[in-house]
Design a protein around this ligand. Structure first.
Ligand code: GTP
Ligand code: SPV
Ligand code: MN
Length: 583
């Protein structure tokens, strides 16, 4: 299909005039095109074809050593007014940002090909789906976008003559860390990303569009764009209820979205709708409905095993791109925590010879797989439903060693917004920087909210007033540790035991204990049947609220709130009420 959309044609011409590629290739999304691009990437060494028997259709890629994660300190929201970006974002005036990046892009595609990728976020034909166009000089980006989005003619068809699409310019340039910038222009619906070739920095449909730009659109248009998984729980009677969950990067969304319930939960099944991003709108029935705008999973590899997450591992058995894991001599992949013996010899993520005796890890801690969602054994029959799925519960959660109990329910919507707004978690390898440092990460959106975080909280409060049948809001914490620093809760599939309580609460089937922080389960209401080596007493231990720890937590929340210039009154009231309940 030849693009006839005038706004797209003009913009592509403008981007080409700036970057000066040798040739321009329009991406149509066909199989022939995929084969051609894969062959080219393999011939240049950019990608390695894996063993066709073990991993049919799979490719391997290594990024530059300095380019293995998102770069939050180099990610900017460029609005006319600084206050509109807010204190949680780096800010630059749009004119200054364009002036800074133009020289970096100028001629950066000389000798290279510019690929033009029209893509769709959301199911084809859905009224809530949105179109983007990314130009890039990276085949790796094209092949990843092919998995993560609906790409090519399908997007041009949905766009028609419209001017309503997100403009994304990506250039690897020299992959120079010092000149790496991920810039967002919400007022222009534009994203400019330069000097990176990694995941969230360059697959512009993902965090840049579907969270940072989309959160701006959602704020304006009255919906929610969130860093959330979406799952469905089918009960033995065949009824299905849906839950979303916002946990910070590398804190368990993919794992929860694909979990297999324990044997004791006979007749229950969990279905995956999405593992990273949810777009949610109020339906005609007054409920909140969610779609997954993505078409694939860009999941954390280390720790993914047949024990921890068999559905994820099985999803990656074909047509998958592996980035920064160990490459074996027989064209297979391996990573720490895969649950299989390491290869005797291989090549590590840095491209060096590696053996199990090597002092360094073979796979980068933020190594990832890019796999088509449709291949997931537990993909929901509703995952591409144009209207989405109705949400019964929203979970917030993070890595908290001591503070948060296993689970608690908020008293009401605004209290739930407060619980999300005050979330904290230990940092992970998903972003460049220190790992294991506790920071406030409201709604798991700290790196992704594309506007003033105070306005974002106010938007959540306002949404609550408009939703007639709002989901119930909970907080979960799979990461409480004992005195030896070991996780107490078994987690993974056993998290289903918590989901059961959550749904029982939504369905009015179980009562709870009212505590200063919210409603908590009576220990006997969490089903521990069949859990080896985890006792009622262990459970009671992670359902405690330590007053001293919470006194510190309240101080932490006060410091967190003090940084806001536009904190809604409702959040101050919630904090006062929390203090009151502890007094
Ligand atoms: P992003 O893709 O970065 O947004 O991350 P995610 O939230 O999807 O994280 P993911 O599910 O990939 O989990 C990342 C890490 O958390 C892996 O190392 C998992 O092994 C670990 N993890 C996930 N669920 C659990 C759990 O229930 N308990 C424990 N202890 N670890 C978990
Ligand atoms: C995250 O960091 O939350 C991810 C991976 O999901 S990335 O696409 O790199 O942002
Ligand atoms: Mn994520």
């Amino acid at each position: 299909m030849v693009c006839t959309n005038k706004s797209v044609l003009e913009w592509v011409e403008e981007m080409a005039a700036l970057t000066k590629p040798d040739r321009i290739v329009w991406i149509d999304g066909s199989k022939a095109e995929k084969d051609r691009l894969e062959a080219e990437a393999v011939s240049t060494g950019e990608m390695v074809r894996l063993d066709e028997k073990k991993l049919p259709g799979c490719l391997y890629h290594r990024t530059a050593l300095n380019d293995v994660a998102r770069v939050e300190h180099r990610t900017f929201i460029c609005t006319s007014k600084k206050e509109d970006a807010g204190h949680t974002n780096n800010w630059m005036a749009p004119a200054d940002a364009y002036a800074k990046l133009r020289p970096l892009f100028d001629g950066s595609m000389k000798g290279r090909t510019m690929y033009v990728i029209p893509y769709l976020m959301g199911p084809a034909g859905s009224p809530v789906s949105k179109v983007g166009v990314e130009v890039t000089d990276s085949i790796y980006v094209v092949l990843n976008m092919r998995i993560m989005t609906r790409m090519g003619d399908i997007a041009l068809k949905q766009l028609g003559d419209s001017n309503d699409w997100v403009r994304g310019l990506h250039g690897k340039a020299q992959v120079d860390e010092e000149n790496r910038y991920i810039m967002h222009f919400p007022e222009d619906n534009a994203i400019w990303s330069v000097n990176s070739g990694y995941g969230g920095n360059v697959l512009l449909g993902k965090k840049c569009f579907s969270l940072r730009i989309a959160s701006n659109l959602a704020h304006k248009e009255g919906w929610l764009a969130e860093h959330m998984l979406i799952l469905g729980i089918e009960a033995p009677d065949g009824s299905v209820q849906y839950v979303t969950g916002a946990f910070p990067s590398a804190c368990g969304k993919t794992n929860l979205a694909m979990l297999i319930p324990p044997a004791s939960a006979k007749g229950y099944k969990v279905y995956t709708v999405g593992d990273d991003i949810a777009w949610m709108r109020i339906g005609e029935d007054g409920r909140l409905w969610a779609i997954n705008p993505e078409a694939g999973f860009f999941g954390v590899a280390p720790g993914t095993s047949m024990k921890s997450n068999p559905n994820a591992l099985l999803t990656t058995k074909a047509n998958t791109i592996f980035t920064n894991v160990v490459l074996t001599e027989d064209g297979d992949v391996w990573w720490e925590g895969m649950g299989t013996p390491p290869p005797a010899k291989g090549t590590d993520w840095k491209g060096n010879p590696w053996t199990p005796g090597s002092p360094e890890k073979g796979a980068n801690p933020n190594s990832r797989f890019t796999a088509p969602a449709a291949q997931c054994p537990c993909i929901s029959p509703k995952w591409e439903a144009p209207e989405g799925v109705p949400i019964s519960a929203i979970l917030f959660g993070g890595r908290r060693a001591k503070t948060a109990p296993l689970v608690y329910q908020s008293f009401d919507w605004n209290h739930g917004v407060f619980v999300g707004a005050t979330m904290a978690s230990e940092t992970t390898a998903a972003a460049a920087g220190n790992v294991g440092v506790v920071r406030r990460d409201p709604m798991a959106m700290l790196p992704f909210c594309g506007y003033n975080m105070g306005d974002y909280f106010a938007h959540w409060v306002a949404m609550g007033q408009r939703i007639k049948n709002p989901p119930k809001i909970f907080n979960v914490n799979w990461f409480r540790t004992d005195e030896n620093g070991k996780f107490v809760w078994p987690g993974f599939g056993d998290n289903f035991r918590v989901l059961e309580w959550v749904l029982d609460r939504c369905n009015g089937k179980v009562d709870a204990v009212s505590t200063p922080i919210g409603y908590m389960p009576k220990p006997e209401d969490i089903d521990l049947t069949g859990l080896d080596g985890f006792t009622r007493k262990d459970l009671e231990g992670i359902l405690t609220i330590d007053r001293d720890v919470w006194a510190d937590e309240i101080k932490g929340i006060e410091e967190h709130f003090a940084k806001f210039d536009r904190l809604p009154a409702e959040m101050r009231e919630q904090l006062a009420a929390l203090k009151q309940r502890f007094a």
